[in-house]
Design a binder for this molecule. Structure first.
Ligand code: NAD
Ligand code: ZN
Ligand code: ZN
Length: 368
């Protein structure tokens, strides 16, 4: 079948909207009509060349939609299901999968840099040439093909533009606090970087019953949103040292849990300085894989649990329905994270806005 997609041909270029060809479904795959897709900082890193992927490629890895067709071996009853898409297909049988660490699944990790579907062979084509697939998904297109387990059914009452946020930013941030740091009620959490990922970490801390939640950013508007979502203290790191600020409210100890969700040197350094002895640090952001980040050795000591984490320890099959229900029940807030809706044609301006820090999440909304 043919559909429209945003194709990136080289870093630092605009994506172009093309009619692409999607190959037939292999067994175990589903075709999803994309309803909405969020613009995540990780997509921007590919556009800006910080995260190297083979090109041409269709980006997009935070999406929700409807199952339109199923491949052999998939229950036909799933057609029509409203789904949030996961970017962590996994084999279920390798060394890491059997130990429950699906984000390290051997074929998942091995195929990742090749930017192909989980079947290993290109599914998308443009004028007879193979297109690469980002994160086993390529959601900046009217349709995407994923493995059945990556299309997780959620209650149909949640609108696509809210549901898509669960697919990357929200689960990563909430999971980092609740699952990786294992924050407990009455503790103090600090979140450095309040984009969609960090704001979700703020919410994870609120859902876990934190007593104090310190949100740090360089932009006052992001901090205002952090307050709406549960931050009890806000720090603009341009004007105030976040490490001093958190010590002031914790009798000099530091935060029980610090989440880094800014993706730069200063934030990584501050995250370990701000954590109390015996506390937990979770790094979600990233810099170029060959870049070096320097720390003061003493800041790493004191029995801190320091974890670099992708996808917040996601267990998507249960997490997506849980988070969708939390939104519908009013506990998880998603409306506040949506800065604007875009047509696919306007996707480049959405990434300009993200680059310039003007938005939390821009959402591409598809009209079918
Ligand atoms: N680990 C994962 O699974 C995962 C998933 C999604 C995104 N990410 C990464 O997480 C990071 C955040 O993603 P996002 O989509 O929310 O990005 P974003 O650009 O929307 O948000 C980043 C925020 O950090 C703030 N910031 C920058 N430098 C800062 C500093 N020194 N101190 C305080 N705040 C600072 C910015 O003002 C911005 O509000 C990125 O590095 C992204 O690549 C990781
Ligand atoms: Zn993402
Ligand atoms: Zn595996």
């Amino acid at each position: 079948m043919r559909c429209r997609a945003a194709v990136l041909t080289a870093p630092h270029q605009d994506m172009t909207i093309e009619e692409i060809e999607i190959g037939d479904l292999d067994p175990g795959e589903v075709l999803v009509r994309i309803g909405a897709a969020g613009l995540c900082h990780t997509d921007l890193e590919v556009i800006e060349g910080q995260l190297a992927y083979p090109m041409p490629i269709v980006l997009g890895h935070e999406a929700a939609g409807t199952i339109e067709r199923v491949g052999a071996g998939v229950d036909p009853q799933r057609v029509g299901d409203q789904v949030v898409l996961s970017w962590n297909p996994h084999c279920g049988q390798c060394f890491h999968c059997v130990r429950g660490n699906t984000i390290l699944c051997e074929p998942y990790v091995a195929l990742g840099p090749k930017a192909v579907p989980f079947s290993g062979k290109a599914k998308l084509h443009l004028d007879g040439r193979d297109l690469h697939t980002m994160f086993y998904m390529s959601a900046f297109a009217e349709y995407a093909v994923v493995t059945e387990a990556c299309a997780v059914s959620v209650p149909p009452e949640i609108p696509f533009d809210r549901a898509c946020l669960l697919g990357c930013g929200v689960l990563t941030g909430v999971g980092a606090v609740t699952r990786i740091a294992e924050l407990r009620a009455d503790e103090t959490a600090m979140v450095i970087g309040c984009g969609a990922v960090g704001l979700s970490a703020v919410q994870g801390a609120r859902l876990a019953g934190a007593r104090q939640i310190v949100a740090v950013d360089l932009a006052d508007d992001k901090l205002a949103t952090a307050r709406l979502l549960g931050a009890t203290h806000v720090v603009n790191a341009h004007h105030q040292d976040p490490v001093v600020a958190v010590r002031e409210i914790t009798e000099g100890r530091g935060a029980d849990c610090v989440v880094e969700s800014a993706g730069n040197n200063d934030a990584f350094r501050a995250s370990v300085e701000a954590c109390r002895a015996g506390g937990a640090v979770v790094w979600l952001g990233k810099v170029g894989i060959n870049d070096e980040v320097a720390f003061r050795w003493g800041s790493l000591m004191g029995e801190k649990r320091i974890t670099r984490c992708s996808y917040g320890g996601a267990q998507t099959a249960s997490d997506f329905p849980w988070l969708a229900r939390s939104y519908l029940e009013g506990d998880l807030k998603l409306d506040e994270m949506i800065s604007q809706h875009l047509r696919l044609e306007d996707i480049n301006s959405g990434f300009d806005d993200l680059h310039n820090g003007r938005t939390i999440r821009s959402i591409v909304q598809f009209e079918h």
